[in-house]
Design a binder for this molecule. Structure first.
Ligand SMILES: [Fe+2]
Length: 186
């Protein structure tokens, strides 16, 4: 499934963004909170958009599975997310989205204590996603051009789960339109 406009993105979140990301928050709240964290750190617009849309693959998966959440295997939502946005955004927006699961695997391998802070859901999905990277995998990942953006996105992903902060569809639309205008397609 490919999305062809920011209108289609907002429409997808309007329909399915109310689905739970966790017990505490919805997909829309998680998306908005991650983008707010990126803005707070002064991230460039392409990276704020990546933070906002990094889990859009979960919504596409829900749409494809009639609203059922798939928990027993890895749906590769990061690849689905990057792919569904390929007609709208350039690679610098899509790459951190595609790499945010690998970034988790890298952080588990190379950052002391990182794994201890993961939510139970993240630990569960880590197992399905291949577990922490091996040494050679981690070395290779670090040498990729998109490494820094992918790690930055992953750390916001881990923090954007605050049940008291909110974030609604209007916030999502505002962030999306403002930062999309600053990112040229190509
Ligand atoms: Fe996320």
């Amino acid at each position: 499934m490919k999305l062809d406009s920011t209108v289609a993105i907002v429409d997808l979140y309007r329909r399915l963004g109310g689905e739970k990301y966790s017990e505490a928050i919805s997909q829309t709240e998680h998306a908005v909170q991650c983008a707010w964290l990126a803005e707070k750190e002064g991230a460039a617009s392409h990276l704020v958009l990546a933070a906002l849309l990094h889990d859009i693959g979960h919504l596409v998966d829900l749409e494809m599975h009639d609203g059922r959440i798939v928990l027993d295997h890895d749906t590769r939502h990061e690849a689905t997310g990057g792919n569904c946005l390929s007609g709208i955004y350039p690679a610098r927006v899509r790459n951190p989205i595609v790499l945010h699961v690998e970034a988790k695997r890298w952080l588990c391998a190379r950052r002391d204590g990182y794994m201890d802070g993961l939510s139970p859901a993240s630990v569960h999905s880590l197992g399905l996603q291949g577990g922490p990277m091996s040494g050679p995998e981690a070395d290779r990942f670090e040498s990729m051009p998109g490494f820094a953006d992918a790690i930055a996105l992953r750390l916001w992903d881990d923090l954007g789960k605050d049940g008291t902060r909110g974030g609604d569809i209007d916030d999502l639309e505002n962030l999306l339109l403002r930062h999309s205008a600053a990112v040229t397609t190509g």
